[in-house]
Design a protein around this ligand. Structure first.
Ligand code: SF4
Length: 479
């Protein structure tokens, strides 16, 4: 039987986010029904790290008698795990609190709390600014949630935003939320010691600390036994992972950790995020090359293509260093290795020529995908204190549009490199747009869609790709 040929617009629809009221990047916890007395409703905003934290919070509260629900109207406790990376992220949370206030008026006993980076940035000011909020808890204080909820139950609004130099939640088994049962996040470290001048993370997530390597390997083994086929190792800067045993006899850096997790099983795929250009070593690249189950994909934020701007950003590397790291990736992992990045348009005093340097860096690297934003000044950061946010908004937007357009061209070129080749795809789900098709990702983190035949979620399938868009590869399974 010949394979059905899908039209291209099917592809675009297939990767479009499903219809939800909430913004596309917001995730609501799936329900658990174990007959516990109270129900938690948690929304996660922003990065994978925040989502992984919501899994830790759900685990802590599960032990405190909270089931989770996806229905706001059923909740006894509503938690928003917030992001503060850009002004827009905070505006979204304030808007959401207004909507939740409508529920609270109908259900006066409803408890409302805010977690994450915005909670840490605003601290008790959040209570002054948002009357609906009963609870403000920073990223390092989630163990204190049970005590704080008791205080709120007794009528007292509560705050704990203490940052820690030790906390890694290593002993807490996350409740896997919204899980497809195939891929899961493992947080390997917390905080960040870099001080990029535009970034709030060092202030909202504190100093860097690496988690016990053995607890990470145990979590990967546990997930594999439970049928998961892929783990993503998470950290703000995974390349600076370094753990030493209490007696000092054992020291593990990121390359060594990667190897230990890769040895769990050749059937367990390993991804990681986020890398840092100044710290990514050839040792890490050679470890990736040695293990087929470590995916051939690296997220390597550049932020800008101009060395003067990179210095103002306090990124601690320049354009030449960055390109040298990309050359090492291409040399050790080959031209097919997927590379994605973060780019900021219109940073303080960026000139038109310096913007052109960003475009030419993109031409040189040809990224598979990028997260692209215009500069949003964040209170309390080095840039906000020392540098004028002097690039006009219309210029920021025009430069961002040029970066996005360039990226779309490169994404298509990179996708076309996959046409005519066989890709090993890990099936994650039935395609959103057709129950006759499956969706998964290849080694380079590209989405691949193909007719399902007898395959199912969790299978590794060899797919011969015959067509693509800038975001998705289209093919048929080959034995
Ligand atoms: S590396 Fe820089 S941009 Fe990334 S979290 Fe740390 S301070 Fe922020």
């Amino acid at each position: 039987m010949s394979q059905p040929i899908l039209t291209l617009d099917f592809l675009d629809q297939a990767t479009a986010p499903a219809t939800e009221q909430l913004p596309a990047d917001v995730r609501v916890t799936e329900a658990t029904h174990t007959g516990r007395s109270r129900r938690l409703y948690i929304e996660s905003y922003g990065c994978q790290m925040n989502f992984s934290d919501s899994e830790i919070v759900s685990s802590i509260l599960f032990d405190e008698g909270f089931d989770t629900t996806t229905e706001l109207a059923e909740a006894d406790l509503v938690l928003l795990n917030t992001c503060s990376i850009r002004e827009k992220a905070e505006i979204t949370v304030r808007q959401r609190l207004k909507e939740i206030n409508a529920h609270k008026r109908r259900q006066p006993g409803l408890l409302v709390g805010v977690l994450g980076c915005m909670a840490e940035r605003l601290k008790s000011k959040f209570l002054e600014e948002e009357q609906i909020v009963d609870l403000v808890v920073g990223p390092d204080a989630y163990r204190d949630l049970p005590r704080l909820i008791k205080e709120v139950d007794n009528g007292q609004r509560s705050v704990n935003v203490l940052l820690s130099r030790e906390e890694t939640y290593a002993d807490i088994t996350p409740v896997r939320l919204n899980s497809n049962g195939v891929s899961a996040f493992i947080s390997i470290m917390r905080g960040c010691d870099n001080m990029c001048s535009f970034c709030v993370v060092p202030f909202t997530r504190g100093r860097e600390r690496s988690r016990d390597a053995h607890s990470i390997v145990r979590e990967a083994q546990d997930l594999f036994v439970k049928g998961f086929k892929e783990v993503t190792l998470l950290g703000q800067n995974v390349d600076s992972y370094k753990w030493q045993s209490a007696d000092g006899s054992e020291f593990v850096n990121f390359a060594q950790l990667l190897e230990r997790v890769a040895l769990v099983s050749p059937e367990l795929r390993i991804r990681f995020s986020t890398s840092h250009p100044k710290d990514i070593t050839d040792e890490v690249l050679h470890t990736m090359a040695r293990y087929d189950n470590v995916c051939n994909y690296i997220h390597l934020p550049a932020q800008s293509g101009n060395s003067r701007v990179l210095e103002l950003m306090n990124r601690t590397y320049d354009r030449e260093w960055y390109l040298d790291r990309v050359a090492a990736i291409r040399r050790i992992l080959g031209p097919d290795c997927g590379i994605s990045t973060d780019m900021i348009a219109g940073f303080c005093s960026e000139t038109e020529e310096e913007h052109q340097d960003t475009l030419s860096l993109m031409d040189h690297v040809q990224y598979d995908m990028s997260y692209m934003f215009f500069y949003s000044e964040r209170p309390g950061t080095l840039a906000a204190r020392k540098l004028a946010d002097d690039v006009p908004l219309d210029v920021k937007k025009r430069r961002l549009a040029e970066i996005i357009e360039r990226q779309q061209q490169h994404s298509l070129i990179r996708s076309q490199m996959g046409v005519g080749k066989v890709h090993r795809v890990l099936v994650e789900n039935v395609s959103k747009r057709s129950t006759e098709h499956l969706s998964g990702r290849n080694d380079q983190n590209k989405v691949v869609i193909f007719p399902k035949k007898h395959y199912q979620k969790g299978d590794y399938v060899n797919v011969l790709v015959h067509e693509c868009t800038s975001t998705t590869l289209l093919g048929n399974a080959v034995e």
